[in-house]
Design a protein around this ligand. Structure first.
Ligand SMILES: Nc1ncnc2c1ncn2[C@@H]1O[C@H](COP(=O)(O)OP(=O)(O)OP(=O)(O)O)[C@@H](O)[C@H]1O
Ligand SMILES: [Mg+2]
Length: 380
């Protein structure tokens, strides 16, 4: 797997190094609908990059153009340093897996996987070797003679993966390949896909709207919103340094605590938050915040600590617990401030913290490093 250095968090077309796939200002409209705004993206050799975003954000549109299954209205697609913008799908050395496995129903598993090799006129002995090796990779050598309908959904999806990867395409595109599977099978298949990626080493562009899946599988995540790239970076960069309210919220859910900048204090900013409580926070990574401007402190639910009234360090907010839900391993609280702001707090479930009851008055605080500051955005 490729370790992507921090400095390569760049969606621009001019990153140096082994970019397998370069997308430059690619765009697509359907009538008056802008499906993809001009978008630039580099995927490095061997990288596992995930397009993550809500429904309608342009993920499939981007993937279909890279596969050669949709024609761009503008921009370029370069594969291995070759302009492939208008190349036919079969000229691109790109394998595609969709959500609905689309196996040939009348062909056995073996013949399904062999199909791309027969199309490419491989020798019989070679076909046998490659098909059996791929069936091994996806853990299905024992079902080679069955028909697709004699397999479970997860097994069918694994056959689809095998068929896509068997001829060794240098780029594999997957559009929500686990969308139709139940939670448990999804988890297993995520693991299988990662293992296959490690074994085969194909550059992979993976589409999902599931942030957990994106976080656990990807070298980098390209977060899409409204037909464009919202943020591109390593999972931890998006999680810990979201550049926008949308990114903060889409990855993991979070609290936005409105505040006003009072001034700076060494390397920190002093802020006035709800109920006029004064906080410290580190300045945002991008953009300066001047005294008087408004911002949100972004704090994840698991980073807020509940303490008793009276035992509290400065910079804590008094609140009333209004709801408590034990979801299993974690317990989620809703806590309301006197000005009506509701914050979500999450703790590991533990008999001792179940003493915090709805109706109770508490203090809420967090470690300075767990609060990210974002300039307040104009409401779109
Ligand atoms: N063939 C088409 N004709 C008209 N509009 C389209 C077509 N394909 C996509 N769109 C529109 O383009 C936008 C982007 O669609 P796209 O399928 O790329 O989204 P997506 O991110 O893949 O969403 P999902 O998660 O639901 O699959 C949407 O507004 C969609 O309605
Ligand atoms: Mg889609």
């Amino acid at each position: 797997m490729l370790a992507v250095p921090r400095t390569s968090i760049d969606s621009g077309p001019d990153v140096h190094g082994a970019a397998k796939l370069r997308v430059k200002a690619l765009e697509k409209h359907y009538g008056s609908v802008v499906a993809l705004r001009p978008t630039s993206l580099n995927v490095m050799q061997g990288e596992f990059l995930t397009l993550l975003g809500p429904s309608g954000s342009g993920k499939t549109t981007l993937l279909m153009m890279i596969a050669g299954l949709a024609i761009p209205d503008g921009g370029e697609i370069w594969i291995d340093g070759k302009d492939s913008t208008y190349a036919a799908p079969y000229e691109r050395d790109v394998g595609v897996v969709f959500q609905n496995y689309a196996l040939f129903p009348h062909l056995t598993v073996y013949e399904n996987v062999a199909f791309p090799l027969r199309m490419r006129k491989y020798a019989a002995a070679d076909i046998r070797k490659k098909v059996m090796r791929m069936l091994d990779v996806v853990g299905l050598p024992h079902v080679a003679d069955r028909l697709p309908r004699e397999l479970s959904g997860g097994q069918q999806q694994r056959v689809a993966l095998a068929r896509c990867a068997v001829y060794g395409p240098s780029i594999i595109l997957m559009d929500e390949p686990l969308g139709a599977l139940d939670k448990k099978l999804r988890d297993t298949m995520q693991f299988e896909i990662k293992r296959m990626h490690r074994e085969i080493g194909s550059t992979t562009l993976y589409v999902t709207h599931d942030q957990g899946e994106a976080m656990s599988m990807s070298d980098r995540i390209c977060l899409m919103n409204n037909g464009g790239i919202e943020q591109l970076g390593r999972p931890e960069d998006l999680y810990f340094s979201p550049r926008s309210r949308f990114a903060a919220d889409f990855l993991g859910g979070t609290n936005f605590i409105p505040c006003q900048i009072l001034g700076s204090e060494g390397d920190r900013l002093r802020l006035k938050g709800p109920l006029d409580v004064v906080f410290s926070a580190r300045p945002p990574l991008e953009g300066a915040l001047s005294a008087g401007s408004r911002a949100d402190i972004v704090v994840r639910p698991q980073h807020i600590r509940i303490t008793k009234v009276g035992e509290t360090p400065t910079g804590s907010l008094p609140a009333e617990i209004v709801d408590r839900v034990v979801t299993g391993a974690t317990t989620e609280y809703r806590a309301r401030l006197a000005d009506g702001t509701v914050l979500v707090v999450m703790e590991l479930t533990d008999k001792t913290n179940l003493r915090v009851e709805p109706g109770q008055n508490v203090m809420l605080g967090w470690h300075l490093d767990n609060g990210t500051l974002l300039p307040t955005e104009d409401k779109r």
